[in-house]
Design a protein around this ligand. Structure first.
Ligand code: EPU
Length: 420
């Protein structure tokens, strides 16, 4: 079993380049299924989830080459695809569900194992299913699989999402691009990753209006063609390094991300006392004193991202004052608070609220990461804790952060990956 051994005390300083976004690249790889031939995706992060998605696409019949040096993935899609995504892969990565839309569009059928619960809550699929049904698919749940079929093809329709779900928006858009007629998605998600996939789909021949707004209009086209597309920079990785700079009273320049994709988080850091400078391709965060505690409410984009909530709780734990953090997306995201308490943090949760009272110092201890972002939050806390913090559950971090240890050590931290 691997752990990360973190020695507290370093002030992070330097420059870091963020790779493409995990939460985009996985969907872009799935979207490649929509066109026969070789689609190339660049700016691909070197993370475990990309390997899982590559394996899933291979099982569906695609030829996938992941070039680590070029940081690209080529997905070569045959005329005939398999349409079954098995449980052994889907259980490893919930994002596997994103093959549902493309398979249905390409094969008229998709059998995708239900991902089940995960470490951050129940995470339903009802909006994915309702959307596909509105497009004319029959969707049933049999023996742990979602079985979707559309013998007569899919037809454009109007879909209103109860909540701007990222996953449901992606599933419906990918299913609708080759449906007959016009599909309107109201209350669609507006995350930069949604803009990224829509942009790629357009470059594959799709016709989508309203990209970046909460109403997407998709005019069905006959067929799609392969493309080359660069993955959008990872705003959550960028935000994580920004918080790390602020917490350690350091100064870090982050490159490779559109600063408008992290503007709410950067504003919060300014409120916490950081000096933040933005450029066209990134930002610099400099902090010279203990941060001030900042309230946070997670919301769909352009609101504050849930994927930066644990990192901000970690920062608040060593801040001056107290902060109220409200989690509106994933009920179980506060689970990691119990681990943070092992470092001496003063956090009380009540439902979807957490009250964090800042302390002058934390003290190193063994802790367990329960999901990717909790893992990042715990390592950040370890960076400012006195002594040594051993973070277990490193596999979670490796799923979403490329070269996590190398980046931190490059900025002056002392983090070692060890076998226990
Ligand atoms: N929801 C439903 N029914 C649905 C779809 C969603 O009830 O049909 C609920 C979920 O249970 C959740 C909320 O709606 O409470 C948000 O779900 P959403 O569909 O927006 O999120 P997602 O597509 O499952 C993606 C990211 C998450 C990120 C969220 C929100 C991927 C692979 N995952 O999840 O990323 O937190 O959007 O921005 O893109 C992470 O990277 O650590 C992570 C969890």
């Amino acid at each position: 079993m691997e752990i990360l051994r973190v020695q507290g005390g370093a002030r992070l300083q330097g420059i870091v380049d963020v790779p493409g976004a995990k939460n985009s690249v996985l969907k872009l790889m799935a979207a490649a299924l929509l066109a026969e031939g070789a689609t190339t995706i660049t700016n691909v992060p070197e993370i475990d989830d990309v390997e899982i998605m590559a394996e899933l696409l291979r099982r569906l019949g695609a030829h996938v080459v992941h070039d680590l040096v070029a940081r690209s993935v080529v997905v070569d899609v045959p005329a005939q695809l398999e349409h079954r995504a098995d449980y052994d892969l889907v259980r490893k990565m919930r994002a596997s569900i994103c093959v549902l839309g493309p398979l249905l569009a390409r094969c008229g059928a998709a059998d995708v194992a239900l991902p089940g619960g995960d470490d951050i809550g129940s995470r339903g699929l009802d909006m994915h299913i309702d959307g596909l049904r509105k497009l004319g698919a029959e969707v049933t749940n049999e023996h742990g699989y979602l079985i979707a079929a559309s013998a007569g093809g899919l037809s454009g329709t109007e879909i209103w999402l109860e909540f701007p779900s990222v996953g449901a928006t992606e599933t419906i858009v990918m299913a609708a691009v080759t449906a007959t007629g016009e599909t309107i998605i109201d209350n669609a998600a507006r995350e930069p990753e949604i803009i990224d996939i829509c942009t790629m789909l357009v470059s594959m021949g799709a016709r989508i209006d309203g990209i970046g707004s909460s109403t997407l209009t998709i005019h069905g086209v006959e067929s799609m063609h392969p493309t080359t597309h660069a993955t959008v920079g990872d705003r959550i990785v960028a935000g994580t390094w920004a918080v790390a700079a602020a917490m350690t009273q350091g100064s870090v320049e982050v490159r490779g991300v559109d600063p408008s994709h992290v503007s709410v988080a950067l504003d919060k850091l300014r409120t916490a006392g950081a000096h933040v400078l933005t450029t066209a391709d990134g930002f610099t965060v400099t902090m010279s004193e203990r941060p001030l505690a900042v309230d946070v409410v997670t919301l769909p984009f352009p609101g504050f991202p849930t994927d930066l909530q644990p990192q901000f709780i970690a920062m608040n734990a060593i801040s001056v004052g107290a902060a109220l953090v409200t989690e509106n997306l994933f009920e179980a995201r506060f689970r990691f608070v119990q681990e943070l308490a092992r470092l001496g943090a003063d956090v009380r949760t009540d439902g979807h609220h957490a009250l964090v009272r800042g302390r002058p110092a934390l003290s190193g201890a063994p802790v367990e990461a329960t999901d990717i972002r909790a893992g990042a939050g715990l390592v950040l806390a370890g960076l400012v804790a006195e002594g040594t913090t051993d973070v277990y559950g490193v596999g979670h971090i490796d799923r979403g952060y490329a070269g996590f240890v190398e980046v931190l050590n490059g900025l002056g931290a002392d983090v070692v990956r060890m076998d226990m």
